[in-house]
Design a protein. Structure first.
Length: 148
């Protein structure tokens, strides 16, 4: 009886672990997203320029704009994405489009003031000529118990 019960537990754990695995394409997008957060922290506009599609859109708490303005804001330090602590990540791929969700705590410097906010960030990537390009980056502020 103990062996059967133990065997069942091991089977369930193994099944759960296998469900949590990502496909190679999903992992590629997850890794690219992690790289993007580091490039943003480093203010590496050149690397970001190769990742961002020229027609990409960026949605922030203070407005929305395109690639050129986002890169200029990063270069100038208007927004410094100082540190993104990633708590959860998921990705779904539909044909040549990847939709990635990151639940993060973002430490940023905005207009010279350091702020910390919890966000659900939606990133949309499109595969073009064999490489992923960011088409949309959207920040949704999450409510915390003190916000209600």
């Amino acid at each position: 009886m103990k062996k059967t019960f133990l065997g069942l537990i091991m089977l369930l754990i193994g099944a759960q672990c296998s469900l949590a695995q990502n496909t190679p394409a999903e992992q590629e997008v997850i890794d690219l997203s992690k790289d993007k957060w580091q490039w943003m922290a480093d203010k590496n506009a050149d690397k970001l320029a190769t990742l961002f599609d020229e027609k990409a859109v960026f949605v922030h708490m203070g407005g929305s704009w395109g690639t050129e303005q986002e890169l200029n804001i990063i270069k100038s330090g208007g927004i410094w994405y100082k540190q993104a602590d990633i708590h959860e990540v998921s990705v779904k791929i539909i044909d040549n489009t990847a939709i990635l969700l990151n639940r993060i705590t973002l430490i940023a410097v905005v207009g010279g003031n350091e702020v910390t906010n919890p966000f659900m960030v939606t990133e949309v990537y499109v595969k073009q000529n064999g490489s992923w390009k960011l088409g949309s980056l959207s920040f949704t502020k999450l409510l915390t118990p003190g916000d209600r």
